[in-house]
Design a protein around this ligand. Structure first.
Ligand SMILES: Cc1cc2nc3c(=O)[nH]c(=O)nc-3n(C[C@H](O)[C@H](O)[C@H](O)COP(=O)(O)OP(=O)(O)OC[C@H]3O[C@@H](n4cnc5c(N)ncnc54)[C@H](O)[C@@H]3O)c2cc1C
Length: 419
């Protein structure tokens, strides 16, 4: 067995149909989608969902596309998020120092909202309270998967917790353990990492104008900056800033006193959203495109950030990971036999390929094109933004990105229950 050795025991390990490793945004969503499957489901998560150290349900907010909202509606967890979900009524895209901009408005596209901004902690609370009511689900939390060994008909995991080391085996392991996936490492699967040489500084900002449900995406040579509306509650009228900058600049921004930070932000962003008044706590995230060289192995499948971790520009990472979870739950629920069946897993990964490739290309192209300072490229960007602003079909097409790039959108993302 690779990694830590398991405690030897004469008892055979507890047996499951599926073990989900990682109960963050994607793993917890998958576990919720598998409620009522009648199968033996195990979820292993390293941090208690309400712990300050929980890395998925931290101080960030997530912009959910309409397809993700439909998934959560179909899973009946949306009502627990709705009150703290800020609808995005419009998206304003601009290029710092250039004249062109584009505006996408929900009402003009016949939509209630282009998407919703929800604090990660709220999503975590909604998903985990649904899980806590599922008596058929086995949980190990806080507990870490530290080793993995394959047999012909199962995979055995070594799980370490405060109470010791335990072995469990499952017909299928789903790695939802994030960009630095332990499962991927234990399988010996490499990942290709393209470092963007950018870090994102996040913080809540209060300005003297109401946020009006407008999300701003502003591209600067150092990296893109997003300003997202926050909903009612203690954050009413506040916005979440995601500011990507060169690593050394981001570190400096994180350490500046609040007044100086807000002055620099105002200078970089401009006055469209009003005058900056107050600043919340800051956190910093290094940004890279990390793609696992394979997302399937014998009786193991990787989804969410474990398969592909993206730059947060345009807020696509979790939306893509949630479609991974929705599509996998759909394939599993339609299968009467072995959930670790090689053909089933190959079919799932094949069906997800176009969506994954499409979203990776889309976000990577946005980051690289808008960071390019060459005058000709900047001129083409101006033309592109102007054209986009004038072309209703282009706006319709962009508003459908939340459905994904694949030929088939998962049932849950279309608002349909699993069979
Ligand atoms: C600044 C920023 C802003 C973002 N904004 C958006 C946005 O607006 N919209 C969007 O769609 N996406 C956004 N994203 C991307 C999004 O956060 C990720 O795609 C999402 O967190 C992926 O979820 P995940 O569950 O796959 O992985 P993670 O969130 O990394 O969760 C992994 C989980 O696995 C657990 N774990 C790890 N190792 C083990 C182990 N060995 N055993 C047990 N458990 C383990 C961890 O504790 C964690 O809970 C943003 C990302 C960043 C950095």
């Amino acid at each position: 067995m690779s990694g830590l050795a398991t405690v030897s025991s004469s008892d055979s390990p507890a047996r499951y149909d599926i073990a989900i490793v990682g109960g963050g945004l994607v793993g917890a969503s998958l576990a919720v989608a598998l409620r009522g499957s009648g199968r033996r489901v195990l979820l292993v998560e390293a941090f208690a969902p309400d712990s300050a150290a929980q890395p998925s349900f931290d101080e960030r907010t997530t912009a959910l596309g309409n397809a993700s909202r439909r998934v959560f509606e179909a899973l009946k967890v949306w009502p627990a998020m709705r009150a703290e979900a800020a609808p995005i009524n419009a998206i304003h895209v601009s290029d710092a120092g250039r004249f062109a901009f584009a505006r996408l408005e929900a009402a003009r596209l016949g939509l209630d909202a282009l998407g919703y901004v929800v604090p990660n902690r709220v999503i975590g609370r909604a998903l985990w309270s649904a899980l806590s009511m599922d008596s058929a689900l086995s949980l190990r939390v806080p507990a870490r998967v530290e080793s993995l060994e394959r047999q012909a008909d199962a995979v055995t995991l070594g799980i370490v917790s405060d109470t010791g080391v335990e072995s469990v085996s499952a017909s299928l392991i789903v790695a939802c353990d994030g960009g630095a996936s332990k499962v991927r490492e234990l399988l010996g699967i490499a990942a290709t990492v393209d470092d963007y040489s950018q870090h994102a500084v996040i913080a809540n900002v209060l300005t003297d104008l109401p946020n009006d449900g407008v999300a701003y995406e502003r591209f600067t040579p150092a990296g893109p900056m997003a300003l997202l509306p926050l909903a009612a509650g203690p954050e009413a009228g506040w916005r979440m800033l995601v500011w990507a900058a060169r690593p050394e600049d981001a570190q400096r921004l994180q350490q500046l006193d609040a007044a100086q930070f807000l002055r620099e932000w105002q200078q970089a962003f401009g006055w469209r959203a009003g005058r900056a008044l107050r600043l919340g706590a800051r956190a910093r995230y290094p940004l890279a495109l990390t793609r696992s060289d394979a997302s399937v192995a014998e009786r193991v499948v990787l989804i969410g950030n474990a398969a592909q971790a993206l730059h947060p520009v345009a807020g696509q990472g979790f939306n893509l990971g949630l479609r991974d979870a929705a599509a996998l739950a759909e394939s599993l629920m339609e299968t009467r036999g072995d959930w670790g069946d090689a053909q089933l897993l190959a079919g799932f990964v094949g069906a997800r390929q176009a969506d994954r490739d499409g979203v990776v290309r889309f976000t990577d192209t946005l980051v690289r094109t808008f960071s390019d300072t060459r005058p000709m490229v900047a001129g083409l960007r101006d033309a592109g933004l102007l054209l986009f602003d004038l072309l209703p079909p282009a706006k319709q097409a962009l508003s459908r990105v939340s459905l994904g790039f694949g030929r088939r959108t998962p049932r849950l993302a279309r608002g349909l229950p699993l069979r």
